[in-house]
Design a protein. Structure first.
Length: 273
C-alpha cells in the first residue's frame, strides 16, 4: 500500500469515527454511499477502528465505545489515534515558539509530537512532567540531532501515570518553584461546561500547578476528537486558555463556540482565527 493510500484510509477512518460519535452509530450501507467506497473497504475500516478501541462493531454497522470518565488510556494506545492531526498541530504550535523561550510541556501524545518539532529551536529551557517528552530532547542531544542549539530540560519527579506523565506532590512542588513564559498543555477532554478535564485526579492538580506557573500564555494542543470529552476531574475553565491549537476536523459551529471563550484559535493548515 502506498503512502497516499495510507493517508486516504486514515482520513476516511477519521470521518467514520466523527460520524459515529456525532450520530451515536452508523450503518455500513450508509458509509459506502457517503464515502463512495466498497462494502469491504468500510468493513476493513471498522475492523481497524475497533482494534484501536475507539468504536464497537455491531450487526450492520458500528456504535461508539462508552468509556467511564475515570478511564485513562496508556501512551501507546493514545499514540495511534489521529497521528496526522497531532503532527499538524505540533508543527503549528512549534511556530509559536521563539528562540530562547522558557516553556513547559505537559504529558500527552500531542506534546510528545510537539517536542520533536522543537528540536531545531535554539536555546530553549524546557520544563516537563512527561517522561516521553524529556526522552525526545535527551535522545536528540546524544545523537547530535539538535543542529542550532541544545535545549536545557528540567524533568519533574513524581508518580508515573499510564500516559507516562509524572504527577503528585513531588511534581507539584517542583513546578510551583519554577516560572516559564509559555505552557503547552495536552488534555483528555475539552468542553464549554467542563472546561479542561482529565480522568486522573493527581494529574488534574499537576496541570493546575503548570497553569499557575505560566507567566504569559497557556496553549492547549488538542485534536478535534477531544471536543465534548469530559474526564473525571476538571482543572481549568475554557476562559483560562489563551490559545487552542487544533486541526481542521473541528466543526465550524464548534469553532464559533470556542471563539467566545478562547482569544486565539489556531487551526493547523489554515489561517489563524
Amino acid at each position: 500500500m502506498t503512502d497516499n493510500q495510507n493517508l486516504l484510509a486514515e482520513q476516511r477512518r477519521s470521518l467514520i469515527l466523527d460520524e459515529v460519535r456525532r450520530r451515536g452509530g452508523v450503518r455500513v450501507n450508509e458509509l459506502t454511499r457517503r464515502l463512495s467506497v466498497s462494502d469491504m473497504t468500510i468493513r476493513r475500516d471498522l475492523d481497524a477502528l475497533a482494534r484501536q478501541g475507539v468504536l464497537s462493531k455491531v450487526h450492520g454497522g458500528a456504535v461508539p465505545v462508552v468509556e467511564a470518565s475515570t478511564h485513562e488510556p496508556g501512551f501507546e494506545a493514545k499514540s495511534v489515534l489521529e497521528p496526522s492531526a497531532k503532527d499538524e498541530i505540533a508543527r503549528a504550535a512549534a511556530a509559536l515558539v521563539a528562540p530562547g523561550t522558557a516553556l513547559a510541556l505537559s504529558g500527552g501524545t500531542t506534546t510528545y509530537a510537539l517536542a520533536r518539532h522543537l528540536l531545531d529551536v535554539p536555546d530553549l529551557t524546557v520544563v516537563t512532567n512527561s517522561v516521553r517528552v524529556a526522552d525526545v530532547f535527551h535522545e536528540a542531544g546524544r545523537a547530535g540531532e539538535t543542529r542550532r542549539g541544545a535545549a536545557t530540560v528540567v524533568l519533574t519527579g513524581g508518580v508515573r501515570t499510564p500516559s507516562d506523565a509524572l504527577v503528585g506532590p513531588v511534581a507539584d512542588r517542583a513546578i510551583r518553584s519554577l516560572h516559564f513564559d509559555l505552557l503547552f498543555l495536552g488534555v483528555h477532554g475539552v468542553s464549554v461546561e467542563a472546561g479542561l478535564s482529565t480522568p486522573n485526579l493527581a494529574e488534574a492538580e499537576t496541570n493546575t500547578c503548570l497553569m499557575r506557573s505560566a507567566r504569559r500564555v497557556v496553549v492547549v494542543v488538542a485534536d478535534h476528537t477531544k471536543w465534548g470529552t469530559v474526564g473525571l476531574s476538571s482543572f481549568a475553565a475554557l476562559d483560562e486558555v489563551d490559545t487552542w491549537v487544533t486541526d481542521g476536523g473541528l466543526p465550524g459551529e464548534v469553532r464559533a463556540e470556542v471563539a467566545e471563550h478562547v482569544p486565539g484559535l489556531v487551526v493547523a493548515g489554515e489561517e489563524r482565527a
